[in-house]
Design a protein around this ligand. Structure first.
Ligand code: GDP
Length: 364
């Protein structure tokens, strides 16, 4: 599955946020007994209102959302790239995730120490990013000599890697993340293999005080400005409120949210933003027994999409019967969509679209 790593300086609210994410009733749905794999790894349901609509129309007995994995990567401090704290271990953990949710402290609280002595989200972001950039610089510089040798021996892959590295190094030395390096689509694979920490997409999670959970505050405004400038994404959340909501039964959750003027838990925004950041799409399988959402990446063809359910579906793939979400809803379900001729037969080359409702036909 896809993994989003939660990073940030100590005491910014990472654990509070992670616990809220993994404590919600949805995260602990009974059909997922293994939702908490390790203490710091949690599988959360991806909130998607479309799934409820589809289940309602089809009268599905069960609703099964798709999932996204969050990893709490604690302990990143200034100096991590030089091995300060448990630096190397944490940098290794970041290497394993597909995207980074960077929690930034945007709340004041005299009782909770800030490691840098003052609340300054932009400075905090730079502290973490500097560590990641230094780690990337170090790892690239270590590789250059060996690659130069190989490239002289006409190794094509080594040449390509070296070329990319030589374009990335000046950026990093200039204090810019590797993800900003210009590259051709055919270089993406090699770039991904470099395994650079600053090549991963970033979502800033502004952890604000309880009173600013809806609109944000002066601190979060600055983070949003920065995110915009660097093509990243930002969301506002109050980890403390979320941790209180997470443990309430569903009915009480609704009341609590209404009382503080929220329409849904802020965590939903975090999860959805993480999902989008990873370039993930959702398709649905809908029937009387269950309405279920499945995750694919953009550009996935029908057989590979079927393979997400079971490898046999991919191996024996014949075709998929396909209807878009809007058509399914407008025709009030499968029967109506068939009558209206909205169910299409799609073959092996079909690129699955977000919101597709699919039935796979396959040989066993
Ligand atoms: P971590 O070190 O980043 O994992 O931070 P924690 O989640 O352990 O939070 C550090 C401290 O800040 C804890 O005492 C939390 O209760 C507190 N905290 C977290 N979020 C908020 C918040 O939104 N407001 C306030 N006032 N305190 C918070």
């Amino acid at each position: 599955g896809f993994k989003c790593g939660i990073v940030g300086l100590p005491n910014v609210g990472k654990s509070t946020l992670f616990n809220a994410l993994t404590q919600t009733a949805a995260a602990q749905a009974a059909n997922y007994p293994f939702c908490t794999i390790e203490p710091n790894v949690g599988d959360v349901a991806v909130p998607d209102a479309r799934l409820d609509v589809l289940a309602e129309i089809a009268g599905s007995a069960q609703i099964i959302p798709t999932r996204l994995t969050f990893v709490d990567i604690a302990g990143l401090v200034r100096g991590a790239s030089r091995g300060e704290g448990l630096g190397n271990q944490f940098l290794a953990n970041i290497r394993e995730v597909d995207a980074i949710a960077h929690v930034v402290r945007c709340f004041e609280d005299g009782d909770i120490t800030h490691v840098e002595g003052r609340i300054d989200p932009i400075n905090d972001i730079e502290t973490i990013e500097t560590e990641l950039m230094l780690a990337d610089l170090d790892s690239l510089e270590k590789r250059v000599i060996a690659l130069e040798k190989k490239a002289r021996g006409q190794d094509k892959e080594a040449k390509e890697a070296l070329d990319l590295i030589n374009r990335t190094l000046p950026l990093l030395r200039d204090g810019k993340p590797a993800r900003l390096v210009e590259r051709k689509p055919e270089e993406e694979r090699t770039f991904a293999q470099l395994g650079l920490l600053t090549s991963k997409p970033v979502l800033y999670v502004c952890n604000v005080d309880e009173g600013s959970a809806e609109a944000g505050n002066d601190f979060s405004v600055r983070v949003f400005e920065r995110a915009k400038a660097e093509g990243a994404v930002a969301v506002v959340v109050s980890a403390r409120i979320e941790s209180e909501i997470a443990v309430l039964p569903p009915e009480e959750q609704k009341e609590y949210l209404e009382a503080i003027g929220l329409t849904e838990p802020g965590l939903n925004r975090v999860i959805r933003a993480g999902y989008k950041l990873l370039g993930l799409l959702t398709y649905f399988t809908i029937g009387p027994k269950e309405a279920r959402a499945w995750t694919i990446t953009a550009g996935t063809r029908a057989p590979a999409a079927a393979g997400v359910i079971h490898s046999d579906f991919e191996k024996g793939f014949i075709r998929s019967e396909t209807v878009g979400y809007d058509d399914y809803v407008a025709c009030k379900g499968e029967a109506g969509a068939r009558e209206a001729g909205k169910f299409r037969l799609e073959g092996k080359d079909y690129i699955v679209a977000d919101g597709d409702v699919l039935h796979f036909r396959f040989n066993t």
